[in-house]
Design a protein around this ligand. Structure first.
Ligand SMILES: Nc1ncnc2c1ncn2[C@@H]1O[C@H](COP(=O)(O)OP(=O)(O)O)[C@@H](O)[C@H]1O
Ligand SMILES: [Mg+2]
Length: 502
């Protein structure tokens, strides 16, 4: 990729990826990140780039989505809007103008063409423009990638869509209450969807034309409103993580809901969410730190694939701030930090008592309300007794997880390690607030310790600074961490009760 970069250079700047500073360069060949440290570079060939978007609420990052694996790469860059547009445009030109199917091999003749002159030749969208109220802003006009040739239904005219949507009676009860999952009966004659899973960008377009996109079995969609994110200019998305994008709507009952649209395909989504929903409404019905939801197997359509409904979750909208933002806001208030970590451990303990674990406790999956109440969101990695003997479908945020965690690590003690990391970090920050800026570095995916510290605790600078304290609890928790790392990820000697007793 680097050989002819001098002739195909499009854009370059300094950037941070995986906590490492380096140089990000886009050429007509693809995107390359070279860390300053000389460690392994990231290379994404142009034909593998599905799209680019900006993700995250507070620390917004450039996200590059990749075909095949649906993998995402995150970069912190200063001019992220320009980067997003340029990457999207370059990848779109590669696919459309050079006539190459997404994810297929590269057309060697086209990769070095200068993309700029063909900008105006992009074909018009396959669907009518959204109604004037929801007119897309300039940054939303990234032309959708062509639907894969296998998905023949995608070329059906959009007009036909509304009549095809079954009109179900409006829901009587609120999804905030315990309810079974609502899986729409599948039309067995319909071919299974095999194309690329929608990206955050695709769902963004769907929310521009909400009434045409959401399955009317969710309620009186005509009376729904999308609530735009006031923190972003012209975007609907509120937050996005590894598995989905979150949107806010005001539904026909005048309540606010979070809609989670999935950006990664998972074969077992329907079964898992049905079981989780049942669990929440039975064994965990008294746990107010959990968020009840309704799962819709056929929930939302995208412009690229107007004949298919993709699944979604509809859940109570949780007002509050994520743990990382909460720490940032309360970094000078030791009592607040201690009490939040205690509340969290008590919640984890309650979950364990009914044989469950959240599975991905992290800086953005814990929301703290105005009265300090804890709410856990994101149940993609949850363990419940029904899942005994199964493998985990995700590994959680690496900087909150035991480095030896694998798919087999799936039991009710799954949260012990992350609970210890959060307690240790928050008690340390209560003593040494200056460590936040130095070791968090505005990274929403970690607190002050990272996976690299867990892998080599004796040489970890952050751990070394942590342990230079007179605070006995911090010292004991640090020793417990050392002990834990020498054991397996499901060690039951570090239960929330054990952690709180130190
Ligand atoms: N019910 C909700 N109310 C408000 N914000 C939410 C809700 N659910 C999730 N979020 C926010 O959206 C972010 C992304 O959602 P999440 O379910 O964690 O997606 P992912 O699986 O991609 O990480 C969360 O980190 C959280 O900040
Ligand atoms: Mg999450």
């Amino acid at each position: 990729m680097a050989d002819n970069r001098a002739f195909s250079y499009i854009k370059g700047s300094s950037a941070v990826a995986n906590g490492t500073r380096g140089n990000l360069v886009l050429t007509a060949e693809g995107l390359e990140f070279q860390p300053d440290s000389g460690s392994k570079k990231i290379s994404i060939p142009i034909e593998k780039i599905m799209d680019a978007a900006i993700e995250g609420t507070i620390r917004r990052r450039l996200c590059v989505l990749v075909y095949d694996s649906n993998a995402r790469y995150y970069f912190s860059v200063s001019d992220q809007e320009t980067w997003r547009d340029v990457i999207s445009l370059a990848a779109g030109i590669y696919r459309k103008i050079l006539g190459i199917n997404p994810g297929s091999g590269k057309n060697s003749g086209g990769a070095n063409q200068n993309p700029a002159p063909v900008r105006t030749q992009a074909p018009p969208p396959v669907t009518p423009p959204p109604p004037p109220k929801a007119a897309p802003s300039a940054q939303k006009t990234i032309t959708p990638a062509p639907a894969p040739s296998k998905v023949t239904a995608a070329s059906q005219p959009r007009k036909a869509a509304p009549t095809a949507i079954p009109q179900a009676p409006p829901q009587k009860s609120s999804p905030a209450q315990p309810q079974p999952a609502a899986s729409t009966p599948q039309n067995t004659s319909k071919p299974a969807y095999t194309g690329p899973w929608p990206s955050g960008q695709d769902y963004e377009q769907s929310f521009q034309i909400l009434k045409m996109s959401i399955n009317h079995s969710l309620g009186k969609i005509d009376q729904w409103e999308v609530v735009k994110n006031s923190k972003t200019t012209g975007w609907y998305v509120y937050a996005s993580g590894n598995y989905g994008s979150i949107y806010k709507v005001k539904a026909d009952d005048s309540k606010y809901y979070a809609i989670k649209c999935f950006t990664r395909k998972s074969g077992s989504l329907n079964d898992r969410y049905t079981k989780i929903s049942n669990f929440l409404s039975t064994k965990a019905s008294n746990m107010d730190f959990l968020v009840h939801f309704r799962y819709y197997e056929e929930g939302i359509k995208t412009r690229k694939n107007p004949a298919f409904f993709f699944p979604l979750l509809k859940m109570e909208w949780i007002d509050g701030v994520t743990l990382n933002n909460f720490v940032k806001m309360n970094i000078g208030s030791p009592r607040v930090l201690k009490s939040i970590s205690e509340n969290l451990l008590l919640s984890v303990s309650k979950l364990q008592k009914v044989g469950a674990a959240h599975g991905d406790l992290s800086g953005d999956n814990i929301i703290i309300g105005s009265k300090g109440e804890i709410r856990l969101v994101d149940y993609d990695g949850i363990y419940i007794p029904d899942f005994k003997g199964q493998r985990a479908t995700e590994m959680g945020h690496a900087d909150f997880q035991h480095p030896k965690r694998t798919g087999e690590t799936f039991a009710s003690s799954l949260d012990n390690f992350s609970a210890l990391i959060i307690r240790l970090s928050l008690l340390t920050l209560a003593e040494k607030p200056e460590m936040w800026e130095k070791y968090n570095q505005n990274d929403p995916d970690c607190l002050i310790l990272r996976k690299k510290d867990f892998l080599d605790l004796n040489n970890s600078e952050a751990y070394g600074v942590m342990m230079k304290t007179r605070n006995k609890s911090v010292k004991r928790l640090g020793a417990m961490l050392e002990d834990y790392l020498s054991r397996g990820p499901l060690w039951d000697g570090a239960s929330p009760h054990d952690i709180l007793s130190l």
